[in-house]
Design a protein around this ligand. Structure first.
Ligand code: PMP
Ligand code: GLN
Length: 382
């Protein structure tokens, strides 16, 4: 976490956004939308501030949001939760991940993730003194090999950490893979932690929460976030749903990380979670169209392109254009064509970089005209 000179190493996202700002390049690096979400949600936050919802909320979160999270899980997935005991509001999914790992991982415990992985997984596993093991996702479909998955779980595995839809690859894990994870968690008495922040952003198949599979519920800790669904990544409202016992353990850590967070945003997110089905299908359809615009542009520019089934990002291989080092290309890209992307090597362990060196992650959670402009500029590469 600390650089060799003792300074804090910036995350790849902060580094790439700073590069975009410095150069004026189009920022397809850090994943955040460039438009506001639903007006009802924004208005509810303004109203809450005017109404004086500005002091510490209750430790587990405001009742109205706990109820909305429980209702949302029941409405979309048939998961019935007790809002008072089985739900916890957190400072984004990031805190939910950190509090969960710090609650359960002791030095030497293994946490298994897919690789590439979201950067905070590696950092929080390290903070807890855990051992980070991985199963590789390989181009072009980025699905784990089931035998490799079986081989990666053992009696030291404390947590199997799942992420579907997946950042950075856009892979959506099919039922068969999720079923195997449940089976392995039972066999080796591991917990399942599932990061589902892109749950409403799937394009081909509906989202399948692992907690809905037979035998999963009691050992599964599910993590969600308002950021991606309501275009409010800066509000940092996330949540955990799990058994009362797991919530109590995670709350014990959360109270010393942030104590509580986001008082006026909590009732606003509750409004969002209660929006009609058409809102949720609408955001996925729009984002799929954006994926298609950027993917077509990347193809025209000469990249080989993956087909993300969900989430914010498309993976493009620069090898056909003659670039083998994605990290170097990302540093040069603003100068070459005025676009910022993130190298996939930022999401893998150092010793595994070789398999991913020419791959770049591009965010398409941006306005159509910006994506069109990026596509035109990228064509200058070939
Ligand atoms: N998990 C994944 C897979 C993510 O992509 C992100 C952020 N984009 C997070 C967690 C963090 O979510 P939050 O902003 O709610 O902390
Ligand atoms: N999750 C976002 C991404 O993957 C960024 C979040 C962050 O900057 N920590 O781009």
């Amino acid at each position: 976490l600390l650089a060799a000179d003792g300074s804090v190493a910036a995350t790849i996202f902060a580094e790439m956004s700073a590069l975009a700002q410095r150069t004026g390049a189009i920022n397809l690096g850090q994943g955040f939308p460039d438009e506001d979400g639903p007006e009802e949600v924004l208005e509810a936050a303004r109203r809450a501030i005017s109404d004086g919802v500005n002091q510490y909320p209750p430790g587990r979160g405001q009742r109205v949001l706990l109820e909305a999270i429980a209702e949302h899980q029941n409405r979309f997935y048939g998961i019935r939760l007790d809002p008072e005991r089985e739900v916890l509001v957190t400072a984004g999914a990031t805190e939910a991940i950190a509090a969960t790992i710090l609650a359960y991982v002791r030095p030497g415990d293994e946490v298994l993730t897919l690789e590439p992985f979201y950067d905070s997984y590696a950092a929080t596993i390290a903070l807890a003194g855990g051992v980070h093991t991985t199963v590789p996702l390989r181009s072009p479909d980025f699905q784990p090999d089931l035998d490799e998955l079986r081989d990666a779980v053992n009696e030291r595995t404390r947590i199997i950490l799942v992420n579907t839809p997946h950042n950075p690859t856009g892979a959506v894990l099919p039922r068969e893979t999720l079923e195997l994870i449940v089976e392995l968690a039972h066999t080796h008495d591991a917990l399942i932690v599932t990061d589902e922040v892109y749950e409403h952003l799937t394009f081909e198949t509906p989202h399948l929460p692992i907690a809905t599979l037979p035998g999963a519920r009691e050992r599964t800790i599910s993590i969600g976030s308002a950021g991606k669904t309501f275009n409010t990544t800066g509000w940092k409202i996330g949540w955990v749903s799990a058994s009362a016992e797991h919530i109590t353990a995670i709350l014990a850590v959360k109270q010393f990380l942030t104590y509580v967070n986001g008082a006026p945003f909590q009732p606003a997110v509750a409004v969002g979670l209660g929006l009609p089905d058409a809102f949720f299908t609408g955001i996925a359809a729009t984002l799929a169209a954006k994926r298609d615009v950027l993917s077509a542009g990347l193809l025209r520019a000469g990249f080989t392109v993956s087909r993300p089934a969900g989430g914010y990002f498309v993976v493009a291989d620069a090898a056909p254009l003659g670039f083998d080092d994605g990290a170097e290309l990302c540093r040069a890209l603003p100068g070459l064509v005025g676009v910022v992307a993130v190298p996939i090597t930022a999401f893998v362990h150092a010793e595994r970089r070789a398999g991913y060196s020419s791959l770049l992650r591009f965010a398409y959670c941006k306005k159509f005209d910006l994506l069109e402009r990026a596509a035109v500029q990228l064509s200058g590469l070939s």
